[in-house]
Design a protein around this ligand. Structure first.
Ligand code: IPE
Ligand code: MG
Length: 218
């Protein structure tokens, strides 16, 4: 979800207004994905690298996230959506963490869709964390397979992403789902996240549906 700050700048608004507007896109996209039957949706909300932003902006983002989850929890429950977190939330402010934990707990039995929020997430750290867990378990190196490795990732039990969408005209992966994206289709759009609507989502899905996925075959 990239381009909030630029959207705000183009409208003569402070960056945080872009983040606010971005939550409207997030709400609309979650709703649309649920409506059309997408089973797993991950939103990259805050990267491990985002800690290098000004403290005011970080504080704003975590307050916004807490407000957003508080406001959406009823809908998530009604819509049978399960909230999962990818990343290290221990580093987040306590008040935000509490809301996150409550929302995850209250939606834990939902099955219609997994909504993953990548928060304080780093693909490299996720892989290192998996290695640490495997080493601590003392697994025989010969027994480790790629499938087994996946079980030590935050996304354990969920399929790899079919499609990854990046908004705002940046052509990078930025440490996102590095292990899981091995065969994901990538879709880049110039649209800034606060302007990314259901129509844009459908354009991305249309493009995805025309891709030939060969997974290494001819
Ligand atoms: C993405 O928008 C939102 C977060 C990282 C939380 P940006 O804040 O990166 O917006 P730009 O890239 O500065 O436009
Ligand atoms: Mg950005």
């Amino acid at each position: 979800m990239d381009g909030n700050g630029r959207w705000a700048g183009r409208h003569g608004l402070p960056r945080v207004e872009g983040h606010k507007q971005g939550t409207r896109s997030a709400r609309a996209i979650v709703e649309e994905c649920r409506r059309i039957g997408i089973k797993h949706l991950t939103l990259y909300a805050f990267s491990h690298e985002n800690w290098s932003r000004p403290k005011d902006e970080i504080d704003f983002l975590f307050n916004l996230l807490a407000d957003f989850l508080r406001g959406e929890l009823g809908t998530l429950i009604r819509q049978d959506i399960r909230l999962n977190i990818l990343g290290e939330i221990e580093a987040l402010p306590l008040s935000t963490r509490k809301v996150i934990q409550m929302a995850c707990y209250k939606t834990r039995n939902s099955r219609s869709m997994d909504l993953n929020l990548a928060l304080n997430y780093s693909g490299r750290l996720e892989i290192v964390r998996a290695c640490r867990m495997i080493m601590e378990e003392g697994l025989d190196p010969e027994d480790l397979t790629p499938e087994m490795f996946s079980k030590y990732l935050y996304t354990s039990g969920q399929p790899d992403p079919d499609l990854i969408i990046r908004t705002s005209g940046e052509y990078r992966i930025s440490n996102y789902l590095l292990y899981q994206s091995a065969y994901s289709e990538l879709y880049f759009t110039d649209t800034l996240w606060p302007e990314f609507s259901s129509d844009h989502l459908h354009q991305a899905l249309e493009s995805f549906s025309q891709r030939q996925r060969r997974f290494g075959r001819i």
